[in-house]
Design a protein around this ligand. Structure first.
Ligand code: ADP
Ligand code: MG
Length: 379
């Protein structure tokens, strides 16, 4: 998957001595019988661009509101910079939240909108002017400071809202689906901008989104949520390559899954017998799965190779009939039906091979993959 972002070189989450900037310890939130957030423990480090990803209603906004102090946890503790802020009011936290609906004041100019929060804090006029100018420059709206919101496009209004948050210089900025109102093209462009602004100001960002592509391209790490629970936390690459559960595997991109029975469970590999796959599945990592148990082995479509002649390997190799081919520009996606009836998706780059005719409908093909490219899903 494409990475638009320059990686943070230092990866504090791998350093056991690094102190998290934000820490949630066993946080739950109950609303009259609904468990909106269920025992979430999470550490986020200074300068991270962390995303909370999950379907609507899984508790993302509730986590942000608890971080902002707009909602109190039912149980658990919240620490910011090592200080227990669980019962601190919103105004006493170094946090700013940009809401899902970021209404600007319609009768104020762009500059006045951005200055509003600072005026309320009774900051000297000259300083306000300076900070507003700086914030508008950061979001490339400095030339449109005298316009009113109705004279702006959706993308420009979104940037003004961002400037209004940044001008207060929070240590932590919470963004609740900030790009949801923008069309696809503008959203992608704004994703880039948001990442470079974040790198420039160095503030810790926590972004809420239900868009997996958005979370994958923008974040240093992301947390995937399901019904109030945190299912997995990791870098985009870890989440994509090593999903722990079927839920996470299905949530990010497409993936093939084969059911089977564990016949060997060693420290360096697992062997699974799978009628569905029509072969033995050899996975080169360990998992806590006893011999005899049923598991699913998952493999991404782009990790499967297609050939007209049988490969040398016997494990992780099967065959089937091409039932459908979809062209996606630089790659084609083949739908191959195995003897078990299982449809396997395999993507192949569209390069012309002179020696071979291209694989086409109703061809019998061999599918095979490397042991390190498959994963056992244990939950
Ligand atoms: P998300 O942002 O992931 O879409 P939310 O955090 O808004 O999810 O909501 C999580 C769950 O909590 C939902 O079932 C929602 O209906 C419920 N919920 C959120 N806020 C309230 C509230 N103030 N009162 C009652 N239920 C709420
Ligand atoms: Mg929400």
């Amino acid at each position: 998957m494409a990475q638009k972002q320059k990686r943070i070189e230092l990866q504090p989450w791998q350093d056991p001595k690094a102190k998290p900037y934000i820490h949630l310890e066993g946080v739950s939130k109950e609303f009259r019988g609904t468990l909106a957030v269920d025992d979430v423990t999470l550490s986020i480090f200074q300068g991270e661009f962390f995303s909370l990803l999950g379907p609507s209603g899984c508790g993302k906004t509730t986590i942000l509101r608890m971080l902002a102090g707009l909602e109190m946890p039912t149980t658990g503790k919240i620490y910011i910079d090592g200080v227990d802020v669980t019962h601190r009011p919103a105004y006493d936290r170094p946090v700013n939240m940009m809401f899902q609906s970021y209404a600007l004041f319609p009768h104020m100019t762009v500059e006045q909108n951005v200055a509003f929060g600072l005026k309320q804090e009774r900051i000297p006029k000259l300083e306000i002017q300076e900070r507003v100018k700086q914030a508008l420059k950061l979001v490339q709206m400095d030339k449109l400071g005298t316009r009113q919101p109705h004279q702006l496009s959706g993308g420009q209004r979104q940037r003004v809202a961002l400037a209004r948050s940044l001008v207060k210089r929070p240590k932590l900025l919470l963004l609740d689906e900030p790009l949801a109102a923008l069309d696809k093209r503008l959203r992608e462009q704004t994703q880039f901008e948001l990442v470079s602004i974040q790198e420039e100001v160095g503030i810790t960002f926590i972004l809420v989104t239900h868009d997996q592509e958005e979370a994958m391209t923008m974040s240093s790490r992301l947390g995937i949520m399901d019904h109030g629970r945190m299912r997995q936390i990791g870098t985009p690459n870890e989440i994509y390559e090593y999903p722990h559960s079927e839920y996470v595997a299905d949530f990010i991109g497409s993936i093939n899954k084969f059911e089977g029975r564990v016949v060997e469970d060693e420290t360096d590999h697992i062997l699974v017998e799978s009628e569905e796959a029509g072969c033995e599945l050899y996975v080169s990592h360990s998992a806590d799965v006893p011999v005899g148990s049923q598991v699913k082995v998952a493999i991404r479509p782009e990790k499967i190779m297609i050939a007209m002649t049988p490969p040398e390997q016997k494990r992780n190799a099967t065959k089937g009939i091409v039932k459908d081919i979809g062209y996606l520009g630089d790659v084609s996606i083949y739908h191959v039906e195995l003897k078990s009836g299982k449809i396997v998706l395999a993507t192949q780059p569209n390069i012309v091979r002179l020696a071979e005719r291209p694989v086409t409908w109703d061809d019998q093909v061999y599918l095979f993959w490397r042991a390190e490219n498959s994963i056992v899903l244990t939950a």
